[in-house]
Design a protein around this ligand. Structure first.
Ligand code: ADP
Ligand code: MG
Length: 322
């Protein structure tokens, strides 16, 4: 659907996007996750044809964005970071204007506008001046503009930034709804946003693609083998003795053994083995009650910090080696 090949964008000496390549497939919600200044907006501006790259290529639905900008842009609806919303217009006027810009036929215009107004939930403010609308409503007007004409791909740059918690929930519902008919790419610097919304995450830092995977896989990948967190009502020497005989347990580490004679221990297993059953029976046989047992997997936030830190260390090493 979208192919990005070796994209580079330099502002003077500063490399904002550094050799970025990835593909976007149809019908999924993609999240560009990265800290501020990572190059998310720059990448989105290039994909949508608003900014020319220093080098590299973007192909949208078979149309190269430079050779056939009209055809490529027709497939995309875009909510930029700072939406060009006209403050002196009403949503009605703005959407009519946007529909004309997109070349929507006059005979179909009203029907299309009615639909996006319904979808974006801006019926109540349809005839009010945009400058008098709250940030949440303005953002919805921006989304309505992005989806008018039903482009196949919808690109939203930080769609929930500046919204209150209720508006964030509503915006997420709106985005989920869009994904039924469209391919959606959104950017965010908030981890929960991608776990809440995205099928696939692209982590970007310093203009480079660091990881591309499902939110679940990313957590697994980074945490390596799963770690079981165990609390047992028994002294630590006993816990150690029991665990050392459980099959498929490769490693364990007692972290705490104070509170009410309860020992807390982290248990690692070989490969992808689920050792909960073995562990349960081992302690049951020894008459040592397990008070809690759970797998600790890394949150996306941990993943994010881990991969970006790793990358920074690599960079430092490369720099020092020079
Ligand atoms: P993000 O959207 O991930 O926060 P941006 O794409 O906006 O990141 O910015 C990436 C980098 O490029 C930043 O270091 C930013 O300062 C720089 N940058 C962005 N736009 C310009 C510009 N017009 N001129 C110079 N530097 C820019
Ligand atoms: Mg940005």
């Amino acid at each position: 659907m979208i192919e990005v090949k070796n994209l580079v964008k330099k502002y003077g000496d500063h490399v904002a996007v550094n050799d970025l390549s990835f593909n976007i497939e149809k019908g999924k919600i993609y999240g560009f996750l990265g800290p501020n200044g990572a190059g998310k907006s720059t990448t989105m501006n290039i994909i949508t044809g608003y900014l020319a790259p220093t080098s590299g290529e973007v192909v949208v639905n078979g149309h190269n964005i430079y050779d056939e900008p009209e055809a490529a842009k027709k497939c995309i609806g875009y909510l930029p970071e700072i939406p060009p919303v006209y403050l002196e217009m009403t949503p009605k006027e703005y959407l009519e204007f946007s529909a004309d810009l997109k070349g929507i036929k006059r005979s179909e215009r009203q029907k299309m506008i009615d639909e996006v107004v319904e979808l974006a939930g801006i019926k109540d403010v349809y005839n009010r001046l945009i400058k008098n609308l709250s940030k949440g409503y303005r953002q919805r007007v921006g989304v309505a503009q992005a989806i008018i004409g039903y482009p196949e791909i919808i690109i939203l740059d930080e769609p929930t930034v500046g919204l209150d918690p209720k508006q964030i929930m509503e915006m997420r519902d709106l985005i989920r709804g869009l994904a039924k008919k469209h391919t959606v790419i959104l950017s965010t610097h908030i981890m929960q946003e991608v776990s809440a919304l995205c099928d696939e995450v692209l982590i970007i830092a310093h203009g480079e693609l660091i990881a591309k995977d499902t939110p679940d896989n990313l957590s697994k990948h980074v945490s390596g083998s799963n770690t079981l967190e165990l609390m047992v009502k028994a002294p630590d020497y006993k816990v150690k003795a029991i665990l050392s005989k459980v099959s498929d347990v490769s490693k364990f580490e007692v972290v705490d053994s104070e509170e009410d004679g309860i020992t807390k221990v982290f248990v690692s297993s070989s490969a992808d083995k689920d050792v909960r059953e073995n562990v349960f029976y081992a302690f049951a046989t020894a008459k040592c009650p397990i008070v809690s047992m759970q797998y600790s997997s890394l949150s996306l936030e941990d993943v994010f910090i881990k991969v970006t830190e790793g990358k920074q260390t690599d960079r430092r090493k490369r720099k020092e080696a020079k």
